[in-house]
Design a protein around this ligand. Sequence first.
Ligand SMILES: *Cc1c(COP(=O)(O)O)cnc(C)c1O
Length: 399
Amino acid sequence: MNSDRQQEPDYRPETNAIRIRTPRTAEKEHSSPLYLTSSFCYDDAEEMRAAFADEIDANIYSRFSNPTADEFVKRMCSLEGAEAGYATASGMSAVFSAFMALLKTGDHLLSGNAIFGSTHTVISKYLPKWGIESTYFDLNHPELLESLIRPNTRMIFLETPSNPGLDIIDLEKVSAVAQKHGIILCVDNCFASPALQQPIRQGADLVLHSATKWIDGQGRVLGGIVLGREALVHEIYLFCRSTGPAISPFNAWLLSRSLETLHVRMERHSQNALRLAQALQGNPQLTSVRYPFLESHPQYEIARRQMSAGGGIVCFDLKGGVEQGRRFLDALKLLSLTANLGDTRSIASHPSSTTHAKLSEEERQAVGITPGLIRISVGLEAFEDILQDIVQALEASAG
Ligand SMILES: *Cc1c(COP(=O)(O)O)cnc(C)c1O
């Protein structure tokens, strides 16, 4: 865990994301070094004893802490406005560690219904093994949230914008409810990234990320992070230090470099995505286009209030349903067919025949996944090339 804010100079988060770094070594390198080491040495027995007794602030073993991982965590703390953080091997290990460290048998978790598939599996298949109960609330009816709170509700978990439906939930309203009842609010901020939205500033206690997506931004490495209140992050750190989901220093080093371009990248991803959403509105092959910064989005006002741009994901619904969805993917020439999102390369996916194929039709309907729903992760290629490929594939896939 890293909570050392002392070294942090008084700059804006986007400057800190570039300038916070491990102390310069005797080599006087300009870019940060990579500490690819499993453990750390001591000058003598006394120093080693003091390190293990937590009397001095020294690295011991990279499952506990590592200077390269700490650099990534400090940059992320600055971006999210968090007191402390711990970086993990993947987004899922961040989710799982937060649940395991903070929930116990008999506790109740209240989760948004539109969440990442593996998070859904953890909540519905694994948490019951430890006697942790859960209820899903409808992101489109946040007014019902309070009525679902039980005396044993310990955490509210949600994603905004959600995947893949791009529902937006009012973070200030939810955090007011959580605070009133003394419940931890934990937000998966993966889809917005801290460049566009900082849930802690709106009252969340914890924020977590799959750094694999926009934070890496180039589809190279897995990574995750949990950030927030120091006391909560400390519990998560103690759990991780004993159970081992630590991030690789190599991945942390790459992710730290990626943070240096996060703001510029998210600005361009969002710009390309908004232009794409606007250009596709009214296309004869589509029944709808969804993007948080389109005025037609049902939660447009909330999105404008809590996000500085709409993000890089655009969804649309094909008139021809599942079959047209498959034909559309086959007709694409530039866009990649791959499971990832948040890459420089634009990606198309068809949730009902892939990521959400195992759900029943009713379950898909409940989270807004229609048979013809296509999700585009808008990349950094020239906008005209992205648009042209999608428009030609829409024409080619027409029934
Ligand atoms: C991908 C993703 C995760 C899981 O992250 P991994 O790095 O793949 O383990 C969690 N939440 C959201 C919203 C995601 O998109």
